[in-house]
Write a protein that binds this ligand. Structure first.
Ligand code: SF4
Length: 174
């Protein structure tokens, strides 16, 4: 069968559309309302008025995995809870991303020791993790840094993320 000819410039145009889509995706993340342990309290603080995740287009926490494109694994993953986390991840539509927040989600944290039998030592063992935010717990600023890293990952760099490059003017005396 003869191969279909590609119109000149078609690839370039699609690449531009993909870049624009990625820019939109990066700046309108919808995290799932979902927490596992103490780190979730810091995640809630990051979404509240003092830190205000809406400044980064990520303040719309959704109550359903079917409406979310970001899973923040915030807290200790017990082996009992792990299958539920996998189910939630599978219910999220693609494209989707995952942030492992805190030492427990990264590696089991203080609960990982010889002989322990109840904890999964790291979210990456059950779901694909894109960004790791260390700390026990990480402060809301740490999670915001994680959001910025994820936005850069989706747009393939800070320079391509025009909204990320926007810098606020600091007004003297405030
Ligand atoms: S990393 Fe620390 S603060 Fe976060 S869930 Fe584990 S023990 Fe709690």
């Amino acid at each position: 069968m003869a191969q279909k000819e590609i119109a000149p410039g078609a690839r370039v145009q699609l690449a531009v559309v993909e870049e624009v889509l990625n820019l939109c995706r990066a700046n309108s993340l919808w995290p799932m309302t979902f927490g596992l342990a103490c780190c979730a309290i810091e995640m809630m603080a990051a979404g509240a008025s003092r830190f205000d995740l809406d400044r980064f287009g990520a303040g719309v926490f959704r109550p359903s995995p079917r409406q979310s494109d970001l899973m923040i694994v915030a807290g200790t993953i017990s082996k009992k809870m792990a299958p539920t986390i996998v189910t939630l991840w599978e219910q999220m539509p693609a494209p989707k991303w995952c942030i492992a927040m805190g030492n427990c989600a990264i590696s089991g944290g203080p609960f990982e020791y010889d002989g322990q039998y109840a904890i999964v030592p790291g979210a990456e063992l059950i779901v694909p993790v894109d960004v790791y935010v260390p700390g026990c717990p990480p402060r809301p600023e740490g999670l915001i840094q994680g959001f910025l890293a994820l936005e850069d990952l989706i747009t393939k760099g800070e320079k391509r993320n025009v909204l990320r490059r926007f810098k606020r003017k600091i007004v003297k005396g405030r």
